[in-house]
Design a binder for this molecule. Structure first.
Ligand SMILES: Cc1cc2nc3c(=O)[nH]c(=O)nc-3n(C[C@H](O)[C@H](O)[C@H](O)COP(=O)(O)O)c2cc1C
Length: 353
């Protein structure tokens, strides 16, 4: 019996297996609205047999986009465009998930395939915001958020959560990783505030946790809520694993069901020891010490490797990003390798080996 292909229950939601398509920005939206690209890209991964497909970082406000091509979830039109995509993924047996995000001081850039450079206001970009006026290297200086703006942002996350539920998503992930807004409140490298939202760990966690509380109130009780964190900054004096364990305990106490364990992103030049499963040890520590389900991610490409992560109790599920771009049918191939029943869609059944 393969653990990777065992069902996974999160609140009332049951994933057919423990393979998750990690959120991946496509930079293909127009005014934040999903189009044919998203329909085909996400639909293919649902057809490929994943247990859950998480839609890319979807901004809670226009200034929260990484690039002008990011998806958004702040208006009716964006919600309406995502609805049939969520329904199609569900019809193919994949749990439709979505990540909501604000890019903070790392917003306002060109898409990576258009050079990825910071776009200043007036050159297609906009004024960025952050906990403190400390820029990400090579980017513009963000404006320090005041308390009124923070309240508005918390509400923006909350409104996007309501829209995600009405669009038919069954899993919601709050993006608190990769140097974007909520992570930049957590990390002492980017949060230099002197008010009650900066300084000691409890202060730095305050705004992200307020967002979680507010989102959990509107996100349906029977649906699971996840948070993606950067477990470590990979920089001396930055956010570290003990802080992630403390944060995850707070998240568990607030009704968060799953911590998606990524890392890095707060500075451009951190020395990250990239290699197969380089982040899974963090997922394991958080799972054990914070008593919360974890999702392992990062250079997971091989079915036996994925199975090993689960069997050894490092995580409850695995998220794959680039490997799912290389092979949308990875779950079907992985099942064959692990001796499980491959999740073939019915119209493809004549291709079964
Ligand atoms: C094209 C691309 C877009 C990405 N967009 C997002 C995103 O929207 N949200 C996020 O949390 N991570 C994003 N990531 C990071 C992935 O979700 C994943 O954590 C990372 O690529 C490591 O997993 P991998 O080694 O399986 O690719 C992106 C990665 C890629 C390659």
């Amino acid at each position: 019996m393969s653990r990777l292909f065992s069902p996974w229950s999160l609140r009332k939601v049951v994933l057919r297996n423990r393979i998750v398509v990690s959120p991946m920005c496509q930079y293909m939206a127009t005014e934040g609205v999903a189009g044919e690209w998203h329909r085909v890209h996400l639909g293919s991964r649902a057809v490929g047999g994943a247990g859950m497909v998480i839609v890319e970082a979807s901004a809670v406000s226009p200034e929260g986009r990484i690039s002008p091509g990011d998806l958004g979830l702040w208006n009716e039109e964006q919600e309406a465009a995502l609805k049939p995509i969520a329904a199609f993924m569900r019809s193919q047996g994949a749990v439709p998930g979505i990540q909501i995000a604000h890019a903070g001081r790392k917003a306002s850039t060109a898409a990576p395939f258009l050079g990825g450079k910071f776009l200043p206001p007036g050159a297609g970009g906009w004024q960025t915001v952050a906990p403190s006026a400390v820029p990400f290297a090579g980017y513009g200086v963000p404006a320090e958020l005041d308390l009124v703006q923070m309240t508005r942002l918390r509400e923006a996350f909350t409104h996007s959560a309501v829209r995600a539920a009405s669009a038919g998503f069954e899993f919601l992930e709050i993006h608190m990783a990769h140097g974007y807004l909520l992570h930049s409140f957590l990390s002492p490298l980017s949060n230099r505030r002197t008010d009650s939202y900066g300084g000691p760990l409890s202060h730095r966690m305050r705004f992200p946790l307020e967002v979680v509380d507010s989102v959990r109130k509107v996100w349906p009780d029977d649906l699971p809520l996840g948070v993606r964190i950067s477990t470590v900054d990979w920089v001396e004096g930055g956010w570290d694993l003990p802080s992630s364990i403390a944060l995850s305990q707070e998240l568990a106490a607030r009704g968060v069901d799953l911590v998606d364990c990524s890392s890095g992103g707060i500075v451009p030049d951190a020395k990250i020891p990239l290699g197969p499963g380089y982040q899974t040890a963090f997922a394991e520590r958080i799972r054990k010490e914070s008593k919360i389900a974890t999702l392992a991610v990062g250079m997971i490409t091989d079915p036996v490797q994925a199975e090993h992560i689960l069997v050894t109790g490092q995580a409850d599920g695995v998220a794959l990003a680039r490997e799912m771009l290389r092979d949308p049918y990875w779950p079907i191939h992985a099942a064959a390798r692990l001796g499980a029943e491959p999740p073939w869609p019915a119209p493809y059944s004549r291709a079964k080996g």
